[in-house]
Design a protein around this ligand. Sequence first.
Ligand code: AMP
Ligand code: GLY
Length: 426
Amino acid sequence: MNILILGSGGREHAFTMSLVKSEKVKKIFVAPGNAGTQEIAVNISINPTDFLAVKRAVLENAIEMVVVGPEAPLVDGIHDFFLQDESLKNIPVIGPKKDGAMLEGSKDFSKQFMMRHQIPTAKYQSFTKETLKEGFLFLETLEPPYVLKADGLAAGKGVLILNSLEEAKKELEEMLTNQKFGDASATVVIEEFLKGIELSVFVLTDGKNYKILPSAKDYKRIGEGDQGLNTGGMGAISPVPFATNDFLTKVEEQIVKPTINGLQEEAIDYRGFIFIGLMNVNGNPFVIEYNVRMGDPETEVVLPRIESDLYDLLEGVAHQNLNEKELKISSKTAATVMVVSGGYPESYEKGKEIQGLKGVQDSIVYHAGTTQKDSKTITSGGRVMAFTSLGDSIEEALEKSYQSISKVHFEKMNFRKDIGFDLKKK
Ligand code: AMP
Ligand code: GLY
């Protein structure tokens, strides 16, 4: 079995590392991949949203399964493209078709979906430039802070949380009439602010059956104490201590089951991962967002805790017999700390040589923004590498990751020293 993984981040390196362990997997290709995937798989230098290039790679390399890492190819319809092509239609794609990908591709669609299926989420209304005035009136009915969300994909930047009504009105106008986020903000969702603590739950589904994967909490801000600009994610912990059995039962009953049933009722044949961003509000889960893929860096703590054969689970998704597969989860805690280029998430330099990687022993290093040049590993992105460790406690896992990071160096490297600060035993 040859597999193609689309994407180039820590998430994709984690998929590669887990799949390479399966006896059924012969060869793995990653497009475009990074220096980490290159060590254990074959990188193919193509863009995952260039479907014709993906098709060529699949046929040339006798690929029998495609695992889609990021959302863009899914929202663009890569799964539909495969189904419509005679030579590709029997090759399973792990990831939803365009209709299912709308759960991430349109916030307005996902809110309407939650309403139709009574899934707990913040109260909301959607507006366009024609209804700007009504948007102002709706804002006046809410209490601060105000949450404005561009409907479409905006590279993770489309959500604004504003403290004053005046600012909220100004930003709403910017988004709707001045296209602050281009077409993505032609429609804006305004919603009630939920006060609580965030976590994510991941579900793997074959469209009929599902498995709930480990929960995780990520740390999105660049600065310690969750201060400063938003990033793609600076670290993650799994499991999340406050996600008790009681809470997770509520998530399954009130959110996961209605989501899977809702997709079926709407004839959306969804095969892949669902990433449910949740707010725990006084012990009750509310959906903040759906993503139609795994999270990054959450994958780097979720996959190392899955003890079953990942390929076997994905085969269950492809053959719609996920119910027959076993999901075994380690009771250990996983912690990952992301090492980034100085300056990220604003401008940063690339091309810095990474030294000391061979000295890392107690952690898994998942590469993200790295590349191989003249037999050196150099930085090629903002998020460079995720250091994941397993331990009997959050403290132990983090200790190992930080110890491993101390062995590695590149110019202007940066990382948060307080990952898990809010979850540790006081
Ligand atoms: P999203 O892209 O929808 O995940 O939103 C980005 C971030 O904004 C989330 O991770 C939350 O921290 C925050 N957020 C989004 N919606 C709400 C809400 N209704 N109440 C409070 N915080 C929110
Ligand atoms: N870590 C957040 C995401 O993958 O969207």
